[in-house]
Design a protein around this ligand. Structure first.
Ligand code: UDX
Ligand code: UDX
Length: 459
């Protein structure tokens, strides 16, 4: 099958950047990204590319270059499905908040809706590509829906998990470690491999069966998250033994069997994938009665929750066991630097805990809006919207956020935090002035010299 037109349902953190790169590297293919969210599509179409709904270094330039040529953003989902030979599903798959599997299983409602929509609209053969990270055997469910509703249209289902990390999405897409394509039909796999082949070398394109592909994505994220939880577990031990977690990480990372990446101790991992994917793994293992396997992976999450909690507990304890009425400045709200995504960010949980202790929290993040910060907090349902607005404020300036504060908590490793005028900040803060560096980005000796009481992770 010759692919002339593709569409992607879901203009999010995965669909947007992925399709932008595919369009850039395949000028002869027309790429349309559709979404039910009109505001989001309007933002993607904004003539000012600094206002795109997703912040990713390098993305705005690529969108500017391809948009209107062979990259289009639209809300006309049915039309895009009808015209395309290949359809990517890249909608979100949040953890269920109701019913069976609540708090554990992925909610596949949106994926199913997409499949039903494709089945309803399609008049010619289609290749359907799962781009969303999904529990193992979801492709089977999509296939069953497509087969049982569609007329005599032929559907081929491929699993093509995305391995990009937010904040480095463009680079990750341009030079992927590998591209994974799972499927039953060699012809369909070739169609997708050819699209990637315009910039990825053949030896990096892996072909597997659908289930291996689906499970590989969950496993990759589980292994990465496990490394973070492992080093975070050691960080707590370091704090009790005068070992320094950075030194330990460096020493073990130089062992080529271990490797140096993903050993940065932190206030805990966040993001849309790690927790959700591990929960999926745990849920699947439990479904098959594999309780030891489930417990093993669940511990990665338990440790992560502990790390977030331990950070705020330590802050409170150090501030003489009370933060009531004290101003605490939080630097960073995003789950990591170089993204405006805040899903599952440690900052949300740390803020919530501090608010429970009646602290007055003021947040500064260079890319996250005031509105988003309030939404994240309200989503936890700990207190009313009015109470949250009353207790937590945001500021457009780090200096404003820090003025007259008792302590600063660094939640995101934004580069600009390293070069703030810490002397000025010290002068403007209440004394003793405390820094709790949840990302280990500042130098303890420098901060002590200025006069700060400085606490890092694992030191
Ligand atoms: C990603 C991945 O796709 C998913 O596998 C991963 O598990 C979570 O992160 P992401 O692109 O980050 O998803 O999600 P999001 O930014 O929420 O984008 C999804 C988009 O799909 C939203 O814009 C939403 O409006 C859209 N959507 C959702 C539809 O267009 N139709 C639907 O039925 C549901
Ligand atoms: C992850 C995977 O890396 C990516 O391959 C997959 O496609 C989606 O999920 P992402 O969630 O965007 O990507 O970010 P990632 O860089 O993996 O970071 C996840 C979290 O772990 C962040 O909160 C980050 O700050 C934290 N982290 C990461 C650490 O605390 N320490 C580390 O050493 C590395």
């Amino acid at each position: 099958m010759k692919i002339n037109k593709i569409c992607c349902i879901g203009a999010g953190y995965v669909g947007g950047p992925t399709m932008a790169i595919i369009a850039k590297k395949n000028p002869n293919i027309q790429v349309t990204i559709v979404d039910i969210n009109e505001a989001r599509i309007a933002a993607w179409n904004n003539s000012d590319v600094s206002k795109l709904p997703i912040y990713e270094p390098g993305l705005a330039e690529i969108v500017k270059e391809t948009r209107g040529k062979n990259l289009f953003f639209s809300t006309e989902i049915d039309k895009a499905i009808d015209e395309s030979e290949m359809i990517f599903i890249s909608v979100n798959t949040p953890t269920k908040t109701y019913g069976i599997g609540k708090g554990m299983a992925a909610d596949l409602k949106y994926v199913e809706l997409c499949a039903r929509n494709i089945a309803k609209v399609a008049k010619s053969d289609k290749i359907v590509v799962e781009k969303s990270t999904l529990p193992v055997r979801t492709a089977q469910a999509i296939k069953s829906i497509l087969k049982n509703i569609g007329s005599d249209v032929n559907f081929n289902i491929l699993s093509n998990p995305e391995f990009l990390a937010e904040g480095t999405a463009v680079q990750d897409l341009l030079t992927p470690d590998r591209v994974l394509i799972g499927g039953e039909s060699d012809e369909a796999i070739d169609c997708l491999a050819n699209i990637y082949g315009s910039w990825v070398s053949e030896d990096k394109i892996l072909r597997t069966n659908v289930w291996s592909s689906e499970l590989s994505k969950l496993t990759a994220n589980a292994f990465l998250a496990q490394r973070v939880s492992s080093i975070n577990a050691i960080s707590e031990l370091c704090e009790h033994t005068e070992a320094d977690v950075n030194e330990v990480a460096k020493a073990i990372g130089m062992d080529s069997r271990i490797g140096s990446k993903f050993l940065q101790a932190s206030v805990g991992f966040g993001g849309s994938c790690f927790q959700k994917d591990i929960l999926n793994l745990v849920y699947i293992a439990r479904t098959y009665g594999l309780n030891e396997v489930a417990d093993y992976w669940e511990q990665v999450i338990i440790l992560n929750d502990h790390q977030k909690r331990r950070f705020s507990d330590r802050l409170i304890k150090t501030l003489y066991n009370t933060v009531s009425g004290k101003k605490i400045a939080m630097l960073g709200w995003a789950f990591k630097k170089d993204t405006n995504d805040t899903r599952e960010s440690a900052a949300i949980y740390v803020a919530d805990h501090l608010l429970n202790e009646q602290a007055e929290v003021v947040v500064y993040d260079p890319k996250v809006s005031k509105e988003k910060i309030q939404l994240d907090l309200n989503y936890l349902n700990t207190r009313t919207q009015e109470e949250n607005e009353q207790l937590l404020k945001s500021s457009d300036s780090p200096y404003q956020a820090l003025k007259d504060s008792h302590a600063v908590a660094i939640m995101t490793e934004w580069d600009e935090f390293k070069t703030l005028d810490w002397n000025k900040i010290y002068n403007d803060m209440k004394k003793p002035a405390f820094i709790f560096d949840g990302r280990n980005i500042l130098n303890k000796a420098d901060m002590n010299k200025i006069g700060f009481e400085y606490y890092a992770i694992g030191k």
